[in-house]
Design a binder for this molecule. Structure first.
Ligand SMILES: Nc1ncnc2c1ncn2[C@@H]1O[C@H](COP(=O)(O)OP(=O)(O)O)[C@@H](O)[C@H]1O
Ligand SMILES: O=C(O)[C@@H](O)C(=O)COP(=O)(O)O
Length: 422
């Protein structure tokens, strides 16, 4: 049996790919960080979520190599470095150094770069990444608080971040099918091309990529390529419903935590504020006396939990508000203060009996999952493409970890009303 090991650079990204693997027939288990102990694993795919997207590059490399070693020990023989479908990376860039380190550790010289996820509007054309109808660099991602993206050319981004050479397989060649792609990969390898950017206009291109890359030891990309690869490896009798059942949501009390400033999350927060109790988090108070402020916010949540929809705490700000906050307090200082506040709030709510956490934002999800002590979970039913419910293996907790950009306007409500809870 081929066992796939996935190294994801953030938590929402990890649940995103895990969800597509399960939906396409691979039994999957997800760990937050490299586990120190675990039971014998039977899953066909193992996802490790790191928090390595925006930390210093050396740390990202060390964490990723650790994860690779552990996955190899579990019998994985194919590897997938999962980053964001919007190629989120810092100025120096972690995607390049991590890709180089993984290639070297595996003794390989070539991989692919495939961030596309057409179902969520991420496509690649002639090596340029699009978000809906806009180039990445014209999209809301140019204002991201931690990883602003101001270039859309994946070849240029990759060569700037990594040590090797980038090349392209464009859409017309993908249209010719998997064998044509394999042949072109070999030619590019002979020419010394290390990172082959793959155009993707629609899901068929992902299926072709899956077929062409079946034997490649390391692939890199968003979650879309996982659709193609999972279809290659899924057993004919795989039972998707049974796999999802293990992750069905549970728990009595719910809270919504939003720490993403993406355009989509701004829309979702505005819509939910019309329907449910909501409270804005003040950044100054996160900086002044975070512990007292966290307790105060938990009291507010407790006092507003008798409504049909769960209370919402949000730091979500639009581009203009965010710019003002970052100017006053510094980008890193303010974002860390908000993350620490949410960590303290969710820790306290768990202690007070909260069991369902609906979280928006990748970094935010990382700190929340860590503060709740969630180390491994089953992947449950999908709420929106790339966002499943997940269920802790060891504790009675359910979470949904939403990428800032994902979901529709009514995501927060639908996460609650469209599912039955144990
Ligand atoms: N009002 C705010 N002021 C400053 N930083 C903020 C604010 N709200 C959220 N942040 C920070 O912005 C970052 C958003 O990143 P993340 O949670 O990954 O969301 P996304 O999924 O949209 O990328 C987090 O570090 C969060 O703490
Ligand atoms: O690939 C994606 O777009 C997501 O899986 C992802 O990585 C989410 O990151 P955030 O937008 O930071 O939540």
């Amino acid at each position: 049996m081929t066992r796939l090991g996935i190294i994801a650079d953030d938590f929402t990204g990890a649940t995103d790919i895990a969800s597509f693997l399960v939906q396409n027939g691979l039994s999957t288990i997800q760990f937050n960080g490299v586990p120190s102990q675990h039971d014998a694993l039977t899953a066909q795919a193992i996802v490790i979520s790191l928090k390595s997207r925006s930390c210093p590059a050396q740390q990202a490399v060390a964490q990723s190599l650790d994860a690779l070693r552990w996955l190899q020990e579990q019998g994985c023989d194919r590897f997938y470095f999962k980053y964001c479908s919007t190629f989120d990376s810092t100025e120096q860039g972690n995607i390049g150094p991590v890709t180089d380190a993984l290639l070297a550790a595996l003794g390989e010289t070539q991989t692919v770069i495939s961030p596309a996820l057409p179902v969520n509007g991420r496509t690649v054309y002639l090596g340029h990444l699009f978000v809906g109808e806009q180039l990445l660099s014209d999209s809301g991602m140019r204002h991201h608080p931690v990883t602003p993206m101001t270039d859309s050319n994946l070849l240029r981004l990759m060569e700037r971040q990594a040590g090797g050479k980038a090349g392209l397989i464009a859409a017309p060649l993908l249209d010719q099918g998997a064998q044509a792609v394999r042949d072109r990969l070999s030619q590019l390898k002979e020419q010394g091309v290390n990172y082959v950017v793959l155009d993707t206009l629609h899901e068929q291109h992902l299926l072709t990529q899956g077929e062409a890359l079946r034997e490649m030891r390391l692939v890199t990309g968003g979650s879309g390529l996982a659709i193609g690869l999972a279809r290659q490896w899924a057993a004919a009798d795989s039972d998707r419903a049974a796999a999802e059942n293990a992750g069905r949501p549970q728990g009595a009390r719910a809270v919504v935590i939003s720490g993403s400033c993406s355009q989509m999350t701004n829309l979702q927060v505005s819509a939910y504020r019309q329907q449910a109790p909501s409270h804005e988090v003040e950044v100054t108070r996160c900086l002044d006396n975070p512990d007292a402020y966290a307790r105060e916010l938990c009291d507010w949540v407790a006092g507003h939990s008798d409504q049909p929809l769960a209370p919402l705490l949000y730091a979500t700000a639009d581009a203009q508000q965010l710019q003002a906050i970052q100017r006053d307090y510094g980008a890193q200082r303010s974002s860390e203060a908000v993350e620490q506040l949410f960590a303290a709030v969710t820790r306290e709510l768990k202690a007070r009996g909260w069991q369902r956490f609906i979280v928006a934002g990748g970094e935010t999800s990382g700190v929340v999952a860590q503060s709740l002590g969630v180390t491994a979970f089953h992947i449950g039913p999908t709420i929106s493409a790339g966002v499943p419910w997940v269920r802790d293996i060891h504790q009675p907790l359910s979470l949904t970890l939403k990428s800032g950009n994902f979901g529709d306007e009514h995501f927060f409500r639908r996460a609650q009303t469209e599912f039955a809870y144990d």
